[in-house]
Design a protein around this ligand. Sequence first.
Ligand code: OSB
Ligand code: MG
Length: 378
Amino acid sequence: MKIESIILREIHLRLKSPFETSFGTVQNRRILLVEVIAGGASGWGEVTTGETPGYNAETTDTAWHILTDFIGPFVLGKTLAHAFDFPELVGHIRGQEMAKSGIENALWDAEAKLAGIPLSRLLGGTKQHVDCGVSLGIRENPQALLSKVDEELARGYQRIKLKIKPGKDYDFVRAVREVFPRILLSVDANSAYRPEDAGHLARFDEFNLLMMEQPLYWDDIYAHAKLQAQIKSPICLDECIHNTRHALAAIELKACRIINIKVGRVSGHAEARLLQAACRARGIPVWCGGMLESGIGRAHNVAMSTLPGFTLPGDVSASSRYWDEDIIEPEVKVSREGTIQVPTASGIGYQVRRDRIEALTVRSQSFSEKSQVSVLGL
Ligand code: OSB
Ligand code: MG
């Protein structure tokens, strides 16, 4: 597969409602889409950065910089036997996992299309349906949160995750647990607490949580090991885990009992697949996290979720929870049983709506061997 051209587009897409986490609130998404032409096939990927460096160090703008100034020019014209070989090709570029994953995942889509098989099968996926949960943003008060939980459970979602932050945590979780004593319930703090909060976090033990996601520092596995020894809720690491080596360290240190795999955070499908295999071999359940993706990133998440290590419901939910109108056809739908049916068409398995993407594009840049670089100021 020769990388013949790369087209980078920034689209603006507005969430139906604002999403609040401990690090901020977002409604207007700025999403980078990557299209590659490789081996004659077109493949699509999404860069899953946020607009601000509040979740991790990357942003939509840093990814644009890294892709246009370093990764794009470097990989253009290179030939790979498989998309799996992409991480080695860009291994000299430190970090920048989400920027890298945009191109790598587009190559996986192209490779699956060239083989005429669904991406899920190319990745080694074994499921026809994937189990879905939802991630609920921080609300004004417990009542507002309760009605949202009620609504999502009625739609069939199998697990409810509540975003929490200091001051909007214990009472909110207690309110939900009282009304719904048996649901799979988890919380996600996005690094909002400190080791001194261990006593406070131990109070959540009574809620029988499925997990407590990333309570402490985004870059500190050891701090989580110390906290895990003090609380009963299983810790799930998200922000801390950028690759399989990090996961192995976290497991050995007993810093977590569950891992959230986000394809972008770990630099793409190749590393995500290795990571789930390593966790599976050690009995550590994993699930697929989300980054408020458009349909393209969502389709990649669905494909990754079909791998056998993904034994817990993910944060991969219906397009209609996020957007009035998605950029793929059909949109991602969730059944009354809280599952997504894995598409059987080749590649990501959903049609990319080029006309809609064109209309949403605010800037684009292409790299192709003939013209080297062309900037389309839109
Ligand atoms: O920590 O999982 C997270 C969204 C943005 C940044 C970080 C996270 C999230 C979510 C939303 O929890 C998951 C989704 O619905 O896509
Ligand atoms: Mg998280």
